[in-house]
Write a protein that binds this ligand. Structure first.
Ligand code: ZN
Length: 132
């Protein structure tokens, strides 16, 4: 997280765009101006990056937070219903559901299909080791 004058944000974004350690840049509201999502393979890369941040004169202050764990929302808990604004599509043929929905847990999560054919086709493909 980076604190800098608002007018410097743009030039910093430009500067960080080319930085190979950075995966994502967010301009945010609140007491910090920018959030930089970084990824380091080794500790050395991290300290080199921190040095680059320290050297950037537009930056007033910064804080480093280490991500300890990552959690994803469980989309399999999304309710299938008419009032739901989320569009559900068949996991096999990618068509939007219009009628019945067939579901089965295949691999790590529950899958949804428009028909039994798609379900069994998906299972066949999955067992062959396609990357789903
Ligand atoms: Zn289908």
């Amino acid at each position: 997280m980076v604190k800098c004058p608002k007018k410097s944000a743009e030039s910093l974004i430009e500067q960080f765009r080319g930085d190979s350690a950075i995966r994502k840049i967010f301009q945010v509201t609140g007491s910090y101006e920018l959030v930089l999502i970084t990824h380091f393979l080794v500790e050395k890369e991290k300290s080199a990056f921190v040095k680059r941040v320290q050297k950037a004169e537009q930056i007033d202050d910064f804080e480093i937070l280490d991500i300890q764990d990552e959690y994803m929302p469980d989309y399999s808990l999304v309710q299938v219903g008419h009032s739901n604004s989320i569009k559900l599509i068949c996991d096999y043929c990618k068509r939007e559901f219009s009628g019945d929905i067939f579901s089965k847990v295949i691999g790590p999560r529950k899958r949804y299909f428009c028909c039994n054919t798609c379900l069994s086709q998906f299972e066949v493909k999955f067992e062959k080791g396609s990357s789903y």
